[in-house]
Design a binder for this molecule. Structure first.
Ligand code: TMP
Length: 213
């Protein structure tokens, strides 16, 4: 039985399988009797979903890095205050597909936005709320990008150059090293099945939940 809420986030490059895995994890935890709230960034609220559409629309080519950063932060601010804080106070397991780490990796390491500025903004927007555990799904960049665009039209972020996505990946590695207590680095091979990855994620989350009692 969970006594208090816990925030768990998943991160990774494009096409790493994060969204599939977070859904499987949610189903598994619910079957185990946990009360689980599944959400994502950008999005997760009415306002956040509108911001998401602006951010991912390939037509918005002129969007500048600072504007992009602030829009991701705006969606996050709305999600945390409108939804996440209350779900955690209800004692739920909150699973969030991406978090502040994504802004550091994509806009900071990938887009060249000042990392210190992002961290400062992040502190304000998250009001100090940090995930208990973050799973960084590390699939080779090119494998992931090919997967991501194989089943849908590339969005504005996926359309960015390969060099950008390589910098994002390097950024995630740096963040995972810096915060190795919170971030679990899960290396994924191109031929790992969904179920192999699911089992690994289950183990990490079971451990986090057992420590949260
Ligand atoms: P998704 O593919 O995980 O739904 O995320 C949408 C895109 O937004 C993806 O390309 C990653 C990007 N992103 C950022 O660039 N910065 C952020 O802070 C977040 C949350 C996502």
């Amino acid at each position: 039985m969970i006594k208090k809420g816990i925030l768990i986030t998943l991160e990774g490059n494009e096409g790493c399988g994060k969204s599939t895995q977070i859904k499987l994890l949610c189903q598994y935890l619910r079957k185990e009797g946990h009360s689980v709230y599944l959400t994502r960034e950008p999005g997760g609220t009415h306002i956040g979903n509108m911001i998401r559409r602006i951010l991912l629309d390939p037509k918005n080519k002129e969007m500048l890095p600072a504007c992009e950063t602030l829009l991701y932060m705006a969606s996050r601010a709305q999600l945390i205050e409108e939804v996440i804080v209350s779900k955690l106070n209800e004692g739920q397991v909150v699973l969030c597909d991406r978090w502040l780490d994504a802004t550091l990796a994509y806009q900071g390491y990938g887009g060249g936005v000042d990392i210190g500025w992002i961290r400062n903004l992040g502190r304000v927007v998250t009001a100090g709320l940090t995930p208990k555990v973050t799973i960084f799904m590390d699939l080779p960049v090119l494998t992931g990008l090919k997967r991501a665009v194989s089943f849908k039209k590339a969005d504005r972020m996926e359309q960015k150059k390969i060099l950008f996505h390589k910098k994002v990946h390097a950024g995630y590695l740096a963040i995972a090293r810096r915060e190795h207590r919170r971030i679990r680095h899960l290396k994924i091979k191109a031929d790992d099945t969904v179920w192999v990855v699911h089992e690994k994620i289950k183990k990490i989350v079971q451990h986090a939940l057992s420590k949260n009692r």
